[in-house]
Each structure stands twice: as structure tokens, then as C-alpha cells.
Write a protein that binds this ligand. Sequence first.
Ligand SMILES: [Zn+2]
Length: 62
Amino acid sequence: MNLKRKNTKVATDRGLKCHQCDSRKFRVVYTRAARGGKLVRRRQCLKCGERLTTWERAIGVQ
Ligand SMILES: [Zn+2]
């Protein structure tokens, strides 16, 4: 049985820009919860493949 999860969401968050090619389109590689109610998102640029990690505060989550 193959339960491989597909995660091909495209994020177009404002303010987030690739520092290599200035592209604003990223694929979210994974999202996970971190301490302090934050979310860590690993993103990959769709244009050049540059990877970056963003930290986001989860609103309404304690
Ligand atoms: Zn890029």
C-alpha cells in the first residue's frame, strides 16, 4: 500500500521573495509546529530551486 502524501501547494506570500532570483513563488516542502506556537515552513523556490525556511506565528493557536 502506498500512502505517500502529496504536498504541492504553491505559496505566493507577500513579502517573501527568493534572494537568488527574486521569484515570489515557492513550493512548501513541509510545515511543522515549533515551540512557542510557531510554524516552521520549509520552502523551495519554483524558479531556481533555492531553499529557505520561514518561521510563522500561528494565530489563534496556543
Ligand atoms: Zn529562486
